[in-house]
Design a binder for this molecule. Structure first.
Ligand code: NDP
Length: 495
């Protein structure tokens, strides 16, 4: 299923965009009547005028979610019945892959070919995976002894608030929604202001699949208003978030100052990628380039620090420069493009300011320039710096753009010290053919996921999340259900 540029353009022109808030199974305007513009960063043109949700809309959405939870229309359906609805949703997502891919591409600049082959099929797969899992989870009976029956069951929490970012709009929403809904919770989702369109379409597809009204509500709006109102709402039981560390900390504060709701955070990283001389260096370079330039580098687990053994440093720098040269940005709808547009001009400015600081503190190997395409200057060349000091801003801070810094090491201890010298600990990669080294260094790397001889290894079957200031709690895998359930003990004396 791949189209040409004119075919994608024709499909884009024919799209019907959903721009209202989705509460209680109905599209409706914001209580205030306010709206905001969503801009297509690929062209700089206004794409849609979206209803701007605020505190009042969040309150209506939470009340709708609470009613739905309390009357059991979803929460007390059998797991098998919930599975059937979510499997229908997965099938509907598959039926709408080009449309959903276009919505994300137009909204935030990613390549439509990636959205159509990775994001949208991924969303269908994650819904299917969690749906299929939910009626295979068994509960426990404690070994208490005779005449006592202590049942330990997982129960849904109630109303879940989900605040998600713009880098993988459909998938980040899915990572939260699939396990939360499968477990029987009701959800209020606030998508990022840059990318609300796929979430609003997803809510409609969920209704078509048979999800009862009120179980999923989507309130687009700004973080300061709608996001904060959700974080502070006294009737939200659990808040799940993917985004920046700064805003993640705000959600902890909102919870502490309101009802002490559970807060689970996935807050990005500065992932190291270690290359030893005995590795397959061509494969390592291919994947290192993918690890930093895929999705314009707007990936929380992007391998933004390449740590290379000194003996192969110059040849790896040459290999990386060759890969970068082949990954120039282009029209996000053009199947020939290797990178799309940055999410918006403001973020492009931020990434360019990191590049400016890199030009002062390190050696620019390639890239470093802003590019104008289709009248929009929200494009950046794949950029590589070498010889960066460990305390340089480009080494320490999450840039969230196509910017790689290369550092060198001489020994395993030095490699581990450099790799772990970060406030983040989301992911790490390691390239070597030495099994002993792979295992012992994997143990010593501080990260939620260590990929060996690949980058960013990820599947529905494995948990994803961080340590340190990359957050806590896990998306994906059976462990994701832990965030959306409480353990409840019912103890019966019968003797
Ligand atoms: P934010 O953390 O600001 O945004 C993520 C989500 O939080 C959005 O839905 C946003 O809403 C919401 N939000 C923002 N401010 C508040 C607030 N005060 N209270 C409640 N909710 C809020 O990320 P940005 O989009 O601004 O990106 C900034 C940086 O964050 C990036 O450069 C990158 O370093 C990091 N990031 C990390 C991501 C990851 O995957 N871990 C994803 C995205 C960003 P709104 O869109 O309306 O602001």
């Amino acid at each position: 299923m791949m189209f040409t540029l004119p075919e994608w353009q024709a499909r884009a022109a024919a799209l019907r965009l959903r721009t209202q808030i989705w509460i209680d199974g109905k599209a409706q305007p914001a209580a205030s009547g306010a709206r905001f513009e969503s801009v297509n960063p690929g062209t700089g043109q206004i794409l849609a005028d979206i209803a701007k949700g605020g505190a009042e809309d969040i309150d209506r959405a939470v009340k709708s979610a609470r009613r739905a939870f309390d009357d059991g229309r979803w929460s007390r359906q059998t797991p098998a019945a919930r599975k059937e609805v979510l499997l229908r949703l997965a099938a509907l997502i598959r039926d709408h892959i080009p449309e959903l891919a276009l919505l994300d591409s137009l909204d935030m600049g990613k390549l439509v070919k990636d959205a159509a082959t990775i994001d949208a099929p991924g969303s269908a797969h994650f819904f299917q995976w969690h749906a299929e899992a939910i009626d295979k989870l068994y509960d426990e009976i404690a070994p208490t002894g005779a005449a006592d029956l202590a049942m330990i069951r997982r129960v849904p929490l109630g109303v879940v608030g989900a605040v998600v970012p713009w880098n993988f709009p459909l998938d980040m929403a899915t990572w939260k929604l699939a396990p939360a809904l499968a477990m029987g919770n009701s959800v209020v989702l606030k998508p990022a202001e840059q990318s609300p369109l796929s979430a609003l379409r997803l809510a409609e597809l969920a209704a078509e699949a048979g999800l009862p009204d009120g179980v999923l509500n989507v309130v687009p709006g700004f973080g300061q208003d709608a996001g904060q109102a959700l974080g502070r709402h006294p009737d939200v039981d659990c808040l799940v978030f993917t985004g920046s560390t700064t805003v993640g900390k705000l959600f902890q504060r909102y919870a502490g100052e309101s009802n002490m709701k559970q807060v689970w955070l996935e807050t990005g990283g500065k992932s190291p990628n270690l290359i030893f001389p005995d590795a397959d260096l061509d494969a390592a370079a291919d994947m290192a380039a993918f690890g930093i330039f895929f999705n314009q580098g707007e990936v929380c687990s992007a391998n933004s620090r390449l740590l290379v053994h000194r003996s192969i440093a110059e040849e790896m720098i040459d290999r990386m420069a060759a890969r970068a040269a082949a990954m120039q940005p282009g029209d996000p709808l053009d199947p020939a493009s290797a990178m799309g547009a940055m999410v918006d001009r403001a973020h492009t400015d931020t990434v360019m300011s990191y590049i400016a600081s890199g030009k002062q503190s390190a050696r620019l190997v390639c890239g470093g320039e802003r590019v104008t395409i289709n009248g929009s200057d929200a494009y950046i060349q794949p950029t590589i710096f070498a010889d960066a000091a460990p305390d340089a801003r480009i080494v320490r801070e999450e840039i969230f753009g196509p910017v790689l810094s290369i550092q060198t090491f001489a020994t395993e201890d030095e490699a581990i010290a450099l790799a772990n010298d970060s406030p983040f600990a989301l992911a790490a990669s390691l390239w070597t053919r030495d099994l002993g080294r792979a295992l012992s260094l994997s143990d010593r790397l501080f990260a939620g996921t260590v990929s060996v001889n690949t980058v960013d290894a990820l599947s529905a079957m494995t948990p994803f999340g961080g340590m340190k200031q990359s957050g806590f709690g896990r998306d994906l895998s059976l462990h994701s259900f832990d965030k959306y359930s409480a353990l409840k003990t019912t103890w019966i004396k019968y003797g």
